[in-house]
Write a protein that binds this ligand. Sequence first.
Ligand code: NAP
Ligand code: 12T
Length: 337
Amino acid sequence: MKQINLAIVGATGMVGRTFLKILEERNLPIKNLYLFASSRSAGNTITFKDHEYTVEELTETSFDRGIDIALFSAGGSTSKKFAPIAASKGCVVVDNSSAWRMVEDIPLVVPEVNPEDIFRHNGIIANPNCSTIQAMVVLKPLHDLFKIKRVVYSTYQAVSGAGVAGWRDLEEGMKAHVNNEEFVPEKFQHPIAFNCLPHIDVFMDNGYTKEEMKMVHETRKILHETDLPITATCVRVPVFNGHSEAINLEFEKPFDLKELKEALINAPGVVVEDEVGKAIYPLVETASGRDETFVGRIRRDESVKNGVNLWVVADNIRKGAATNTIQIAEKLIEEMK
Ligand code: NAP
Ligand code: 12T
């Protein structure tokens, strides 16, 4: 396998640090590693495989040194500006922000679902939103069998999705709450400790949040179903890591619940945890730190003809961001000569 020159943009962040952990776990064939962040962290050192690397400030000349692949996770404005610069230097960017996901000729990929889209790229490949990714690995095998007619998503999202600052808001907010002290959140509009916020990302003109509309548009793009009816409500909950989703699906075709469960058991990247008699169902506590997506509470929706309700949990920073990005990079490396 080819040894590659790899860059990480946003290396000091929540996702960036997880990239490094997963690159080490999966032992990617890295020749040279370059770590970038803003001027705030430039000069800091990060250890990777017993080697110390110095974080560099990202600039317009950062990619002038034969970098094969760059994993971006430094926010939308950084991606918008620097991904095209990197691509123009022959680097393939796998981008975690929402900046490029809905651009028509940019692939949006979950490797278990639409790996064939990867190779249509022109230098930029987009990684979907965390909430979309974990839903896709579950929806795809069911869509293939029973043809999905409508999707209703309700999410319960962890603070780690909002980066280091989101994590701090929950941790400090909880301490302040139990000590009866005042706490002004930094990342969220309201206290997240002991609270639920139906507000993730910004509000749009239609009254939905951008996070909710990302789930709608990204699902359609990944499944190649441009008109699929989908609706979503996204809620931030006081959980450090791991997103949960209640997913309601209606199918065109009648289905057998046993066959549906079997399809999920056999789906790549999916683990079925569904023994309600023993109180076994997916939990963030067990999904956090894992790369699979967990599904349980699989039951017929008795209010419609061909419907099912599911509870789907995954580590939003691993499968929802870093793992999925690295799986895309692995597929790129396999094809490199
Ligand atoms: P984070 O913990 O806040 O980290 C942000 C990272 O971006 C830091 O490394 C920061 O460097 C760097 N950065 C910020 N501004 C920069 C600039 N102008 N130039 C270069 N680097 C800059 O956030 P995170 O949770 O890791 O998430 C980062 C981004 O990943 C998010 O904004 C989002 O776009 C994306 N994301 C996607 C998903 C998904 O659903 N797939 C999930 C989570 C995050 P400093 O240390 O210098 O500040
Ligand atoms: N606002 O990459 O706050 O589109 O949890 C991912 C997570 C945006 C994204 C979050 C967000 C994204 C969040």
